[in-house]
Design a protein around this ligand. Structure first.
Ligand SMILES: NC(=O)c1ccc[n+]([C@@H]2O[C@H](COP(=O)([O-])OP(=O)(O)OC[C@H]3O[C@@H](n4cnc5c(N)ncnc54)[C@H](O)[C@@H]3O)[C@@H](O)[C@H]2O)c1
Length: 350
């Protein structure tokens, strides 16, 4: 964390204009600079001096912010230019400070918190995040302010701050993904184990190899991710893991042929509980979501499923994404070891 103080002087006959400009600037910055944790404006004092204090989480450098604000961003530049007209042109001053200690005990209190989105400053890694529910989760985490790394075996359409092609069943790849995430995005606060495969067929048509592959991707992969993410997650003091299970791991699956899938998702729910107990004392929470039917590719082909659901629709990746963002956030700070059933009420019906 670091802060900057901007100082400038406002001409006494321009105070009203200055006030209006401050409000517009704050609105623009709220949109553009989610990394700002705190923005407060002081003054103007009797001589017209104003101070603006900005506190950033993990922003690469205050120089680059100043450069962006004053040169690169056209809209912000217009606002800063307008300030310069109101203020004495040579009264700008930027003071960088590394600690906020000086604010303690002072009369200064934050008046305008900016970037209050609940995952601002957090780094999340989503497995299988290139499409479907994983892409919905990645989008929801980004919307909540997190930096998002996506890993998948097929990354052609993946979107994120960092995209890494990898197979989660390979331990060396898992290590490499986590190391790159930490090296390039600065930390690892949130792990979402979403990647999964779902071949459905009668037992006698499953080869042992196919059955084992389902367990490998749906259980062993998440276990490997948890194992290698733990050292980084616990360092943050607020680490969170969310495993994407399934209603098929709670009851017999929605359709026959799920011997591998249903067993793997039940195992993932149990892994969630076991790791919640093991990781909890280390400050890392572990929860799961059990989605019902989700139209993960927006096919619109689930009319019968929708009709059988009390909410009369199937889920969307965004539905699951919002729940994942909540479970990953401090709003869920006392939730540990639970599986949230997200099925529109389907399993509540008997
Ligand atoms: N869609 C549903 O109705 C539904 C319901 C309940 C649970 N789920 C679970 O939600 C998760 C996502 O489902 P979806 O419908 O979005 O599926 P999907 O097939 O669209 O997405 C899964 C992603 O995981 C990736 N993946 C597969 N194996 C991988 C591996 N070994 N390493 C890395 N990435 C790998 C795939 O490339 C794909 O991008 C799965 O775990 C699934 O079991 C889905």
């Amino acid at each position: 964390m670091f802060g900057i103080i901007f100082l400038w002087r406002v001409k006494s006959d321009k105070l009203a204009e200055h006030d209006a400009l401050m409000k517009r600037t704050l609105a623009v910055e709220r949109e553009r600079a989610p990394e700002v944790l705190l923005n407060l404006t002081l003054g103007p004092a009797a001589d017209g001096t104003c101070a603006e204090v900005q506190v950033y989480q993990d922003y690469p450098s205050h120089e680059s912010f100043v450069a962006r604000a004053q040169r690169e961003d056209a809209e912000l530049k217009r606002l800063w230019d307008a300030f310069a007209e109101i203020a004495e042109p040579d009264s700008w001053k930027t003071i960088k400070f590394e600690s906020m200690d000086f604010l303690a005990g002072s009369f200064v209190r934050p008046v305008v918190p900016i970037g209050g989105r609940k995952l601002t400053g957090r780094v999340a890694l989503v497995t299988g995040g290139a499409r479907g529910i994983g892409a919905g989760i990645a989008a929801a985490l980004a919307e909540a302010g997190a930096k998002v790394a996506v890993t998948d075996i097929k990354t052609a359409h993946a979107k994120g701050d960092l995209v890494i092609e990898a197979d989660i069943t390979n331990e060396d790849s898992v290590r490499a993904v986590i190391d790159r995430c930490v090296a390039e995005l600065g930390s690892l606060d949130i792990l979402i184990n979403n990647a999964g495969i779902y071949p459905f067929k009668p037992v006698d048509q499953f080869s042992l190899e196919e059955f084992r592959r389902v367990l490998d991707v749906n259980v062993v992969g998440p276990w490997l991710m948890c194992k290698h993410a733990l050292p980084h997650l616990k360092r943050t003091g607020h680490g969170a893991i969310v495993n994407i299970g399934s209603c098929s791991g709670i009851h017999g699956g929605a359709t026959p042929g799920g011997s591998a899938y249903d067993a793997s998702k039940a195992a993932l729910h149990q892994l969630t509980a076991s790791l919640a107990v093991e990781f909890g004392p280390q400050g890392v929470r572990v929860n799961a979501i059990a989605p019902g039917v989700v139209d993960s590719h927006a096919t619109g082909q689930f009319a019968a499923e929708a009709a059988a659901t009390p909410l009369r629709r199937v889920g969307t990746p965004a539905d699951i994404g919002r729940i994942a963002a909540f479970l990953a956030s401090d709003d869920a700070s006392f939730l540990n070891g639970i599986t949230v059933i997200a099925d529109g009420g389907r399993m509540a019906q008997w």
